[in-house]
Design a protein around this ligand. Structure first.
Ligand SMILES: *Cc1c(COP(=O)(O)O)cnc(C)c1O
Length: 661
């Protein structure tokens, strides 16, 4: 047992330790937090350039036209939209960003073509599956017109969209995906409408379907083949290539397709070679290898007598979600210009060596075009902190386990914090075992837990100041994180974050001149424990398990946003717990500010219920009858019943998300 003096000394030592934990620099920052600190923390210059940055008021700003001028505060925009009764969560789409992406992609290819004296053209297409929404697609076709930018369809419904929407002369209509007779006939007949549909054979059976359809219709098709390259794809979609890939023909199958077409006297219609090695290719090396292999297949096909004219390099152009410019899966170690240069240079070399004319180059970039234009803004509803610890001195008569925890807590220092964490955890576990066997009372258990949290707080404060955090302490951040409850369904708005652990940049859109002193994970509105976000981008292509956020003040709005979410998320989103589509707004810059081009209202409850075959009128009728019955039996007052029906009917007309007003 320690003497009084020793305990006092221990307290001083412990105070000193927590004082050490907070370095002078950190203390200075706490009082002089600047927007530069926020920029660094959230890496916004890495992933946001040139569209997103922070202004002097500490708001995230968007510059939809990139370097070409004009910007606005997202915070002020959201406020203005709320005043128009457009509630959160709110999907903001910026068509100017879409235009800028298309301009950039085409400019990069134009530059590469000039640099390597490539005697041919680039004709990009946009893969419709990436984001099919009408306003977006119509904008995209219009923005693409100066570049003869086309569309790629991966299914019959997408073909229907593409056929109706694409009216750009000379733009390509690439027809991918599984095809039946109807698909193929429709695509072939599109030639009669002046389109350039290219039917890409993905399965050997499709060759005969094309031959039959072309004979029947008396129209010669333009045909492509999709090759299964042996080049290994990388990352999440690495399986898109190789012999066991879902799509495409192996080299022997390509040769068989050539034979079948030759026999049908249609070999001249084979004009395109396509490959797709997966999405979000993070390493330029993989792209180069694929182009090299595909270029060789291309020249061989030309030698075999096919009328080769196009080389379609598919999608895969990556997006730097964490801004680290590395080959980490949420990043990419190359830029758009490197990508275009490598494609142009490799293809030119392969063709020149064999004395062949170069093909028109086609790429199917989806993610790189559609991601940046969408920002999802949502609000925090409440926040739960970890139980705060308390260093209540343990008196001599106290249970040994509590005295042990108290002493551990007192002795924590930079020298022993790792060991102290083990001790504290062990004592806390013991306290719970003792409780389960009836040796420790509920009050004693509560005291033990409070002491444990106090230990964790002290240890974490020290650990955060260290250059390297020992592995066994990494979980401590998670244990000590607050939970911010957000007005959003991960399943609806960021499904890839749930399904494939994709990282998106997430940050507050205001208060960025204030230090974010809380560390938190996000929990969504669904009753599913998977409905959370607990992985965030970090420095140098790493992942952190908590996000720095500002203390939540009840009654004051706190807005966060998920950025770079314009590709794939919207259509893959699902109605888990019947949270529907969010409100979406298209914001276009004007010479004097901005204008709301389109408002696409999110689902009402009536709408989501109809997706699962409920009729709102029937539902109202059922509740009305029950309430009538209750009235008869005097279980409810007339007033209560009126209130119930009013709420019920109003809810049906409302947004599925929570209203903060
Ligand atoms: C999905 C897909 C694309 C788009 O890929 P991104 O990585 O989004 O550019 C292009 N082509 C094909 C065949 C696809 O399946």
């Amino acid at each position: 047992m320690r003497a009084e003096g020793e305990i006092a000394g221990a307290i001083d030592k412990a105070r000193g330790a927590s004082g050490n934990g907070e370095t002078a620099l950190a203390r200075a920052k706490a009082t002089h937090w600047t927007i530069e600190d926020s920029e660094e923390l959230y890496r916004i210059n890495g992933w946001g350039d040139p569209y997103f940055s922070i202004n002097a008021a500490g708001h995230v700003t968007v510059s939809p036209r990139g370097d070409r001028g004009g910007s606005l505060s997202l915070y002020e925009l959201v406020d203005a939209l709320k005043q128009r009764n457009l509630n959160l969560p709110l999907l903001l789409r910026f068509p100017d960003i879409l235009e800028d992406r298309i301009e950039r992609l085409n400019a990069c290819f134009a530059k590469a073509i000039a640099r390597y004296n490539y005697p041919g053209y680039y004709r990009g297409v946009y893969p419709v599956k990436c984001n099919q929404h009408r306003h977006l697609l119509e904008d995209l076709v219009r923005f693409g017109q100066p570049h003869q930018f086309g569309l790629e369809a991966g299914s019959k419904p997408e073909l229907l969209i593409a056929l109706a929407s694409l009216n750009t002369p000379n733009a390509l209509l690439i027809c991918n995906g599984y095809k039946d007779r109807e698909y193929i006939e429709t695509a072939i007949l599109a030639r009669r409408l002046g389109k350039i549909p290219i039917i890409v054979i993905e399965q050997l059976e499709e060759v005969q379907l094309v031959i039959e359809a072309s004979r029947k219709l008396g129209v010669e098709p333009i045909v492509g083949v999709r090759a299964k390259l042996s080049t290994k794809g990388v990352g999440r979609w690495g399986g898109s290539t190789g012999d066991r890939a879902k799509f495409g023909l192996t080299v022997p199958e390509i040769l068989q397709a050539v034979d079948e077409l030759r026999e049908a006297e249609l070999l001249s219609s084979l004009q395109l070679l396509h490959f797709h090695i997966g999405s979000q290719i993070s390493a330029i090396g993989a792209i180069k290898d694929a182009i090299r292999e595909a270029s060789q297949i291309y020249v061989e096909l030309a030698k075999l007598g096919a009328n080769m004219n196009y080389l379609d390099v598919g999608g895969g152009l990556g997006v730097d979600y964490d801004g680290s410019k590395t080959n980490f899966y949420a990043s990419k170690n190359y830029n758009m210009q490197n990508y275009a240069n490598d494609i142009v240079a490799e293809v030119k070399e392969a063709c020149t060596e064999r004395n062949l004319p170069v093909p028109t180059l086609v790429s199917e970039s989806g993610r790189a075009i559609a991601s940046h234009q969408a920002v999802l803004v949502f609000d925090v509803l409440s926040c739960s902190d970890v139980p705060t610890g308390a260093e209540e001195p343990a008196s001599e008569g106290e249970h040994l386990i509590i005295r042990n925890l108290w002493e551990t807590c007192q002795s924590i220092s930079v020298e022993n914090y790792q060991e102290a964490f083990h001790d504290a955890t062990q004592f806390k576990d013991e306290a719970i075992s003792l409780f389960n066997f009836g040796y420790v009372s509920l009050t004693q258990r509560a005291k033990a837990e409070r002491l444990y949290w106090a230990c964790c707080e002290k240890i974490l404060a020290i650990a955060r100041q260290q250059e390297y955090v020992p592995d066994d302490l990494e979980d401590l951040e998670k244990i000590m994180a607050s939970i911010y409850y957000v007005n959003l369904s991960v399943f609806q708005s960021a499904p890839d974050s749930w399904a494939i652990d994709q990282l998106f940049p997430i940050m507050p859109i205001h208060r960025l001149n204030e230090e974010p002193t809380c560390r938190a994970t996000l929990a969504d509105l669904t009753c599913d424990s998977d409905g959370k976000i607990d992985q965030f981008i970090d420095l140098r292509g790493e992942i952190k398990s908590v996000l720095e956020l500002h203390p939540f003040k009840q009654g004051e709005p706190y807005y966060l946003a998920i950025f770079l979410s314009g590709a794939y998320q919207e259509i893959m989103g699902s109605l888990h717990n019947l949270f529907g589509d969010t409100n979406a707004v298209h914001i276009k810059m004007t010479p004097t500010g901005y204008q709301i081009e389109h408002v696409v209202k999110g689902d009402t409850m009536t709408e989501v219920l109809s997706y699962v075959q409920y009729d709102a009128e029937d539902l109202i009728e059922s509740v009305r009858k029950q309430s009538e019955q209750a009235l008869q039996e005097k279980r409810i007052t007339l007033q209560e019943s009126r209130r119930l029906m009013q709420n019920y009917e109003q809810s049906l007309r409302r947004y599925t998300y929570l209203s903060s007003t």
